[in-house]
Write a protein that binds this ligand. Structure first.
Ligand code: PMP
Ligand code: GLU
Length: 408
């Protein structure tokens, strides 16, 4: 008689869609760290990527007013018109890009925006090119859409940026989309205008390929003004920009992201979203409108703080033997190569065989939460988010240094 474990019985009841789907590693590690904190253990959490700042006061005020003004009804599926107008105005003013409000669709965070676009464009057999290291959810969302991930590996030697030649080599007749994230989670790399142009020149040659440009870290950039791949007119009608308020305005919990896309893609996402979540939260939309139409000083203040922390963490971690670092140019992550520790033993005698083992060791013995690189498609690396105080960064560096030195 075959005895099924409880887990296997549950899996047999679930749809095949869930079988190959992994849990979000970033959220899982953050939860683990919170559980240890709840037990009274002093954990420095460098796992989840979210600004540690409070939402700026004028944005919160707009939300309070929205409550008082009874913005309590369903919103239009793509979002209130004044918000979409504000986003179109932002795209013109900050990015010199022309979009009609009708081309904008707001969702429950940029996460839903990416998923909407993939579900709208990708079907069984379609290939999606994703340069690795990549944000954990892309590859899982492609699986949900029944597409095939085509991963293009980029290492620290090339500053984690895919070249035009690598892109072209990955293209097949089945390629439907490319997902590009700049500034990047998890590496902090930022593509220059010339590098984007080289990628756009390749895309221009293949009229059936679409680009999903995840620009959620647009404002967290330490090397100059943001460059969007949508600026190249030869491919603009095949680019979907994904962005939102989570990172720039410290609004992760409000759940408000958006796309700017060719009208037919926006309409397709509208149809999809209308069947499974409807419009995003009415209150969050009014708050986001205030974010885009109000003073942008808060964005620059937070960017400066992240830059200071980037300098601090880079400086401290550069002094830790065995870690190989690049200097992040944007976002709020550092992504050291840590494979020199693989094969070493912990003081308790356990062998570190992977970045996941190392992350677990750093959590349980060093009391610092990080995320192993495997779920970012980069198993020799480990991700740390420095969206935390200078004091926590210093504490984390000391603890990690000591924990790594104890590996033999
Ligand atoms: N894209 C990237 C690269 C991210 O890091 C995140 C943050 N989780 C998102 C999209 C989604 O952001 P949100 O859903 O909070 O708008
Ligand atoms: N962007 C964040 C991260 O990568 C949030 C967590 C998530 O949505 O995966 O840590």
């Amino acid at each position: 008689m075959r005895i099924l474990t409880f887990e296997k019985i549950i899996m047999s009841q679930l749809s095949p869609r869930l079988e190959s789907l992994s849990e979000s590693a970033t959220l899982a590690m953050s939860q683990k760290s919170n559980e240890l904190k709840a037990q009274g253990i002093d954990i420095v959490n460098l796992s989840v990527g979210e600004p540690d700042f409070f939402t700026p006061a004028h944005i919160k005020e707009a939300a309070k007013q929205a409550v008082d003004n009874n913005f309590s009804f369903y919103s239009p599926v793509p979002g209130y018109m004044p918000l979409r107008q504000a986003i179109a105005a932002k795209l013109k003013k900050e990015n010199n890009l022309d979009y009609e409000p009708a081309q904008i669709l707001c969702s429950n965070g940029a996460k839903q925006s990416v998923c909407n676009v993939l579900l709208a464009l990708i079907g069984a057999g379609d290939e999606v090119i994703i340069p690795a290291p990549y944000w954990v959810s892309y590859a899982e969302m492609v699986k949900l859409a029944e597409g095939t991930n085509v991963i293009v590996n980029t290492g620290i030697e090339q500053n984690f940026k895919m070249t035009a030649a690598q892109l072209e080599a990955a293209i097949t007749p089945k390629t439907k989309a490319l997902i590009l994230c700049s500034p990047s989670n998890p590496t902090g790399s930022v593509y220059t205008k010339d590098e984007l142009k080289a990628l756009a020149d390749v895309i221009a040659k293949y009229p059936n390929i679409y680009v999903i440009a995840d620009e959620i870290y647009e404002h967290i950039n330490y090397v100059g003004s943001h460059q969007s791949i949508a600026q190249f007119s030869e491919i603009k009608d095949r680019v979907v920009i994904v962005n939102g308020v989570s990172k720039a305005y410290a609004m992760t919990g409000w759940r408000l992201g958006w796309i700017a896309a060719p009208l037919w893609i926006t309409k397709a996402c509208n149809k999809l979203q209308g069947q499974y979540t409807s419009g995003a939260s009415s209150i969050a939309q009014k708050a986001a409108e205030a974010a885009y139409t109000g003073s942008q000083e808060c964005v620059e203040d937070m960017r400066k703080a992240f830059e200071r922390r980037r300098n601090l963490i880079y400086d401290l971690f550069s002094k830790i033997p065995g870690l190989q670092l690049n200097k992040p140019e944007g976002a709020f992550y550092i992504f050291p190569k840590c494979n020199s520790f693989f094969g070493k033993k912990t003081p308790k005698g356990d062998t570190i065989s992977s970045a996941a083992d190392l992350a677990m060791y750093l959590l349980t013995e060093g009391h610092v939460a990080c995320v192993g690189g495997a779920s970012f498609g980069a198993p020799e690396y480990i991700r740390m988010s420095y969206a935390t105080s200078d004091e926590n960064i210093k504490k984390a560096a000391e603890r990690i240094k000591a924990a790594l030195a104890a590996l033999k």
